[in-house]
Write a protein that binds this ligand. Structure first.
Ligand code: SF4
Ligand code: SF4
Length: 281
């Protein structure tokens, strides 16, 4: 159980608690303002990327102090967790609506509209997201659906996530002023600020999944397809036995490698049951 499960999930998975998606939390005016500001001000992400790049030349002790401050602040405002597809399916099973929107990170890093982010709501009409989108700068939303929101059925959303998984994208769930959960995204290390921050700069702004990958050596044929998609560099190849193994200290439990393995050699285990990483988030 990660810290959020204890704090916001009554000891169960925090992102599966319907109360964390509730309209009641959303009625907080500060939270609404924060969400509006988040979507309507992509420049703050640009500044974030510039700050991150500057950290490369910062002395180690100052870096770790900055890292602690950023992580602590993000836990209160906008923090995420990696979730494998079966957990996404559970979330889609109880939310009332799912709306696909353009990813703000890709808007900033690629200058392209990539619809990799999904607003989720317990309400049937996702009206909070519609309100936020209405107020956005028009340059944020271009492309075929200029209304900004694409409402998807649970089946459509899940099928889109399977497609994202084939692209090698890692599913993540996000708070907007914790513990309110507003979205599930599809991230990669090159374009997403959160992944860059967490993985490249070692400043965590998201937890690892509640799972950890394991390879069955009897099934693995050493094709290395899984290594190609692991964004965390957690899969190692042994030239002597011509098979791969998982580096548990690096694995985030996203399950993307599993979906690429044609031999079904990879499964996800409960992180809590693997003592070496049970407390590694
Ligand atoms: S994709 Fe599957 S079979 Fe191929 S190396 Fe990875 S675990 Fe082994
Ligand atoms: S080893 Fe597999 S489950 Fe672990 S981080 Fe890499 S892709 Fe994700």
């Amino acid at each position: 159980m990660c810290e959020f499960c204890l704090k916001h999930g009554e000891g169960k998975k925090w992102y599966l608690q319907a109360s964390n998606y509730s309209d009641e939390l959303l009625s907080d005016i500060r939270r609404r303002r924060m969400i509006e500001e988040f979507f309507s001000n992509p420049d703050q992400l640009t500044r974030g990327i510039e700050h991150l790049n500057r950290l490369d030349n910062t002395p180690k002790f100052i870096r770790s102090m900055i890292a602690r401050i950023i992580t602590g602040r993000q836990k209160k405002t906008h923090f995420g967790q990696v979730v494998p597809i079966e957990e996404v399916e559970k979330i889609f099973g109880f939310v009332g609506s799912i709306a696909r929107v353009a990813c703000i990170c890709r808007h900033v890093t690629l200058k392209q509209e990539k619809r990799y982010c999904y607003g989720v709501s317990i309400s049937p009409d996702n009206s909070w997201l519609a309100e936020v989108i209405k107020g956005l700068d028009k340059s944020f939303l271009t492309g075929p659906d200029t209304s900004g929101l694409e409402i998807l059925s649970k089946e459509e959303a899940l099928s889109a996530f399977r497609e994202h998984e084939r692209e090698g994208l890692c599913h993540t769930v996000w708070t907007f002023n914790s513990p309110f959960i507003g979205g599930v995204c599809n991230c990669d290390r090159s374009d997403c600020l959160a992944m860059r921050c967490t993985v490249t700069q070692s400043i965590p702004v998201m937890f690892r999944a509640e799972f950890i990958a394991e390879v069955d050596p009897d099934l693995c044929v050493g094709c290395r397809q899984c290594m190609r998609v692991c964004q965390f560099g957690a899969i190692v190849y042994s030239a002597s036995n011509k098979k791969v193994a998982i580096d548990h200290r690096r694995c985030y439990g996203c399950g993307i490698c599993r979906s690429l393995c044609k031999k079904n050699a990879i499964r996800l285990n409960d992180r809590n049951k693997v003592p070496s990483v049970a407390n590694l988030w």
